[in-house]
Design a binder for this molecule. Structure first.
Ligand SMILES: Cc1ncc(COP(=O)(O)O)c(C=O)c1O
Length: 385
């Protein structure tokens, strides 16, 4: 196998473009010696809240912790059922189990890879307490319909926004969303994470807004949820050494906050760059038989550019691209419900199972040049011949 010449992700061009600012921000924290909950954490929380249009933002040390603490703060725990998608990274289901609740999987929509609202309806029981949609690959889930279901059944909505920083509902939440006009109007223009009761973001380095280490954020408009989340992230204490509940050590690192404050200025530009890459791919792949390209729904921020390779050809194509030095990824080869941790506990979700066999994520980052995309598509065509 030859060396990868086009990686699936390259973070260096972004760093090169903001190197001076990043180094100044890191140095500022080091010079101040305020490493734990320094002023940059508070400022970053304020800036994210303003950017997203939400009242409260609470920095934590990962996207996973944002989900766990967000669930607990929203009152989800032992004996509750939470409906989520099988087609996500395991942190999604794991967070539900970690607060003592039961994970219930509802199958996905085969064109968006996001949870299918009709499947959610079918899974509601008297124990259902919440829905956890994931805005997979940066595409907003069908939040209009999800909001309607939640209101009808008195459920909380915890949004897993790990892959969707900056995604907004620009009048249409998803290509096939069929929510009512008044719901659509209510969510129009809103950012993912601000429609449900709690939004949980990840700043893992590869994310659209990625730090240089772990990081996460909980957002909410609910004052009580914000207060509990703030307390849980620091050992369950509002006041130092006056711990009220059993919490966590899950503070957002100050150096990460300083880095992320710099990057927040550029997020819209970078997300537009990702959309441009997706548009070029879609154009170049339009006539390639056996490859299904993603829809360009408004507000989709293309954390991943993921195609479906039909006819059982995905793994062979991936291997061919690798031989030619092109990196790709499969998100996700094993759906959560089929992971060894849940062996035998869940019935298959067929749409998600088929997606796991066919999806392939191609190289994408905001600065990716058109000629490199042309090269990827050219090799992909050869691999399918
Ligand atoms: C959908 C999803 N949820 C949750 C997480 C967890 O985020 P983190 O790695 O910051 O804990 C990730 C990313 O890794 C993710 O992709």
């Amino acid at each position: 196998m030859s060396q990868t010449k086009i990686p699936v992700l390259d973070l260096k061009p972004q760093y090169e473009s903001i190197k001076g600012e990043i180094q100044a921000a890191i140095n500022r924290v080091i010079e101040s010696s305020q490493f734990i909950m320094g002023p940059d954490v508070k400022e970053f929380e304020r800036e994210v809240a303003a950017y997203l249009g939400v009242k409260y933002a609470i920095g934590v040390n990962s996207g996973t912790d944002a989900l766990v603490i967000g669930l607990r703060a929203a009152g989800i725990g032992e004996g509750d059922e939470v409906i989520t998608t099988p087609f996500s990274f395991f942190a999604t289901a794991e967070s539900i189990n970690n607060v003592g609740a039961k994970v219930v999987f509802a199958d996905i929509d085969g064109s968006t890879y996001n949870i299918d609202p009709q499947q959610i309806r079918d899974k509601i029981t008297s124990r259902t307490k919440a829905i956890m949609p994931v805005h997979l690959y940066g595409q907003p889930a069908a939040m209009g319909q999800i909001r309607e279901i939640a209101q009808e059944h008195g459920l909380k909505v915890i949004e897993d926004c790990a892959q969707s920083f900056g995604a907004r509902y620009a009048g249409q939440c998803q290509l096939d969303c069929v929510c009512q006009e008044q719901t659509r109007e209510a969510i129009s223009g809103k950012a993912t994470g601000t429609i449900g009761d709690v939004g949980a973001f990840s700043f893992f380095p590869s994310k659209n807004l990625g730090g240089y280490g772990d990081g996460g954020m909980i957002v909410t408009d609910d004052e009580w949820v914000a207060e509990v989340a703030r307390m849980l992230r620091i050992h369950g204490a509002k006041k130092k050494y006056h711990n009220e509940v059993v919490g966590y050590n899950s503070r957002l690192d100050t150096i990460q906050a300083a880095v992320l404050r710099v990057k927040l200025h550029y997020i819209d530009k970078w997300n537009q760059g990702r959309r441009r890459v997706a548009e070029v791919y879609n154009r170049l792949l339009a006539d390639v038989e056996g490859v299904v390209t993603p829809g360009l729904a408004e507000g989709h921020v293309f954390h991943q550019y993921t195609v479906r390779v039909t006819g059982g050809k995905r793994d062979g194509l991936k291997a061919y691209l690798a031989e030619q030095g092109i990196g790709t990824m499969i998100y996700y080869p094993v759906p959560q419900d089929q992971l060894p941790v849940y062996k035998g506990q869940y019935e298959a979700c067929p749409v998600s199972d088929l997606a796991a066999q066919e999806v392939l994520s191609l190289p994408i980052w905001p600065e990716l040049e058109e000629e490199v995309i042309e090269k990827v598509v050219g090799v992909l065509r050869e691999g399918l011949d």
